[in-house]
Design a binder for this molecule. Structure first.
Ligand code: BGC
Length: 725
């Protein structure tokens, strides 16, 4: 069997945090604790006692496990038995940028800092498990939860997720990787049955999970709501038992998504260790012993007592749970955490400003000089709207959230800033839409008045965290901008041509007005420091260096999942088939020659960079070698900036259908103005293997490969050829 690179790396690296000796010691302790526990006590540890906790064993001093969402900050306290907020006054926190923004930084060092910081906040808030990060692949722009994930490329998501996990877990807080697996849409998420090939599963949908387990040494994994090949993914013979626990040797805890367990025997036998959120009758009214009705509670106990399930099945779960406890709540070495400190705000701001992507910039519209005495009309609801409330389980109670308008007002003290809402949506509400009561015509009129008076219009639009926008529990209903923004923009453009757009969203949108606006920035959901980070980039205090972690199709049917019609997305209500197979995102655009509006990896800078002298260290490589690609990058602009060198690999002559090219390496480099840096990127040859369904394993084909080096998937400076022999 050929091993791919992740496996190779895993063999080289000892598990982080604990040495093999310490691990063996912990395993011994676990065995001795196990002997002291009654079956009932063990059962109790396998399911919730409240919305976000599981019981310990009080008589032995074994602590409870406390969890919180995740993934871009620690959620406010929820009631014991229902979804209402507990209204504590000490649970506001730092909101970090959503994970799409983190992915857009293409900067694993920032991901580590992000993980450390959010982990410290979780620790301070006395949480043992942080429910994140999420690495479901961006398959369709309609998915309401894309903003919580790391984009469309498995390699990028893999590289970015590992340091996040290391950072969180350094605090003695477990990351909980979610949602395993194939939860790539919200519509019908609790029952849709995904049909996807083994190849696409292994090449596209699993790599980030695999990296998180093998390289990130993640301590817990959350099952997903959906089905795969007829079985619910939370208790899945193939995904959980075979791949996660056997092939990848995962020794942590599989936690259900909230309410994703459906059957006692399947939960017991197919890998679920801890059941959370199951909606038993009367749970919300706190009837006595409601949690005992969980699949992994009394029904499980009964099956064990009747001999239908062996006690060793339960013991394996409890071993894992105790291991999680030794890593977290029973880990005497862990620190105390901290929250709302200036260092965390700094990390949030840095991630935000590095993740903002400059998509278009005609005639150097951006940066806007902060010394000038100009009038800027800031128009659009997203200039003032808080984006930490709403969105579902990732909702946050931020101690502070600087709005874009506030950030601009603080930075542009010489300018006159006028503001108009322009359009309005209603407040966020889970699972329902509450329309705005404001008069759209009046709002538009006010916006046009403001635009007429201004030298520059900055339009802050996009989506928000309302139901059917970027929000859990439902997908988007339209690819275009909601709340009448297209018409509003067209009207603004009639009265003022000098318009720059900042799109606040976690998803691609249609942009019929694109050719008419001067500039466009992708502003994501940026958290506590949103306004400061946007002002940093708009003013040029920070030179933009973010790159798109997913493609923006020109129209919805240009996206691969949508190209194949309803059975591919959203499915027929029962099944859905991933007909595009491995051709997700830019793999589709490239291979099918469907030009995207903005390509994966695209992102402009206020500087311009030349990539030259691209070379590989050899022409021929054996299969266990490492290909070293080097190039020089020159900053031709007049300010310091960072560029992301991206290396894609393709194999045009292959025994299987391949994407034209796939990202296999990248590096972000900061370059002083007028300077040149040499960049080297290493690619293990093993990573060029494809998943061969005929042998159910990775297969490294010999022969010629094409290597593409550039600064975007659609902007390649040089193509090389190498041979694997
Ligand atoms: C979400 C999870 C979340 C959990 C707890 C579920 O609805 O899918 O991502 O962690 O709720 O809030």
């Amino acid at each position: 069997m050929r091993k791919n690179a992740l496996t190779v790396i895993f063999l080289l690296v000892l598990s982080l945090g604990f040495s093999q000796n310490e691990k063996a010691e912990i395993d011994q302790k676990i065995d001795s604790i196990l002997e002291l526990l009654s079956v009932e006590e063990k059962i109790a540890m396998c399911h919730a006692q409240s919305k976000f906790s599981t019981p310990g064993v009080a008589r032995l001093g074994i602590p409870e496990v406390w969890m919180s969402d995740g993934p871009h900050g620690v959620r406010g306290e929820i009631n014991w038995d229902n979804w209402g907020y507990a209204n504590w006054t000490n649970d506001s926190i730092t909101a970090f940028p959503a994970l799409t923004c983190l992915a857009a930084t293409f900067n694993p060092v920032l991901s580590k800092n992000y993980g450390i910081s959010v982990g410290e906040e979780a620790r301070y808030r006395k949480k043992d498990v942080l429910l994140g990060p999420g690495v479901n692949i961006y398959r369709t722009p309609m998915n309401g939860r894309n903003f919580e994930y790391m984009g469309e490329d498995p390699f990028l998501a893999s590289v970015m997720v590992v340091p996040y996990i290391h950072g969180v877990q350094e605090n003695g807080v477990a990351a909980c990787l979610k949602h395993y697996a194939l939860n790539n849409q919200e519509i019908w998420r609790s029952h849709i049955n995904v049909k996807v090939s083994d190849r696409a599963l292994n090449e596209i949908y699993l790599p980030a999970f695999k990296a998180a387990v093998l390289e990130g040494d993640v301590w817990s994994v959350m099952g997903a709501y959906n089905k795969f090949r007829g079985q619910h993914t939370t208790h899945h013979e193939f995904l959980t038992n075979k791949i996660l626990k056997s092939d990848w040797n995962f020794d942590g805890v599989v936690i259900s998504d909230w309410g994703s367990a459906h059957d006692t025997k399947e939960s017991a036998l197919y890998g679920l260790d801890m059941e959370m959120g199951t909606g038993t009758d009367g749970l919300t009214s706190s009837i006595k012993n409601a949690y005992d009705r969980y699949y992994l509670a009394y029904p499980f106990l009964e099956m064990i007592k009747k001999g239908e399930i062996k006690e060793e099945v339960l013991d394996d779960k409890v071993r894992r749970i105790l291991r999680l406890m030794f890593r977290t709540t029973m880990n005497k070495e862990r620190g105390f955490g901290r929250a709302n400190n200036k260092e965390h705000l700094l990390v949030a701001r840095e991630v935000a400003s590095e993740g903002i992507v400059l998509l278009k910039n005609n005639h150097s519209f951006f940066p806007i000089d902060a010394d000038k005495k100009i009038t800027i009309a800031v128009i659009g609801e997203n200039a003032t709207r808080k984006m930490t409330p709403g969105g579902g389980s990732s909702e946050l109670k931020a101690k502070n959230e600087i709005s874009p308008l506030q950030g601009l007002r603080e930075r542009y003290t010489n300018a006159t800033i006028i503001h108009a809402l322009g359009y309005a949506s209603g407040p966020p509400a889970y699972g329902r839409v509450i329309p705005s009561e404001l008069d759209a015509a009046v709002l538009q009129q006010e916006a046009l008045e403001a635009a007429k008076k201004a030298d520059i219009v900055l339009f802050f639009g996009g989506l928000n965290k309302n139901h059917h926008q970027d929000c859990e529990g439902g997908d988007r209903l339209e690819f275009g901008l909601p709340f009448g923004q297209d018409a509003l923009l067209e009207a603004i453009l009639e009265v003022n041509e000098n318009v720059g757009v900042v799109l606040v969203s976690g998803n691609a949108v249609a942009m019929p007005w694109l050719s008419k606006v001067k500039a466009l920035m992708q502003g994501w959901y940026l958290g506590s420091e949103a306004g400061h980070a946007l002002a940093d980039v708009i003013s040029g205090d920070v030179n933009p260096s973010g790159k798109l972690p997913f493609s923006f199709p020109a129209k919805l049917t240009d996206n691969a999942a949508h190209h194949f019609g309803e059975i591919s997305y959203p499915g027929d209500g029962i099944d859905q088939e991933y007909k595009e197979d491995i051709l997700v995102g830019y793999r589709w655009h490239d291979t099918q020659k469907v030009k995207p509006l903005f390509a994966f990896g695209h992102g402009l800078s206020y500087s311009s960079f030349d990539i030259t002298e691209v070379s590989a260290d050899k022409k021929i490589y054996p299969s266990e070698a490492i290909i070293k690609i080097s190039c020089t990058v020159s900053n031709r602009g007049d300010m310091e900036g960072a560029e992301v060198i991206q290396v894609y690999v393709g194999k045009s002559k292959s025994s299987v259908h391949r994407a034209t090219k796939e990202l296999k390496g990248f590096k972000k480099v900061v370059i002083q103005k007028g300077s040149t840096e040499t960049v080297e990127i290493s690619i293990p040859v093993a990573n060029l293997a494809f998943y061969d369904e005929t042998i159910s394993d990775w297969n490294l084909e010999l022969g010629t490969y094409e290597i593409y080096v550039g600064n975007a998937s659609d902007n390649i400076s040089k193509k090389l050829k190498v041979t694997i022999k």
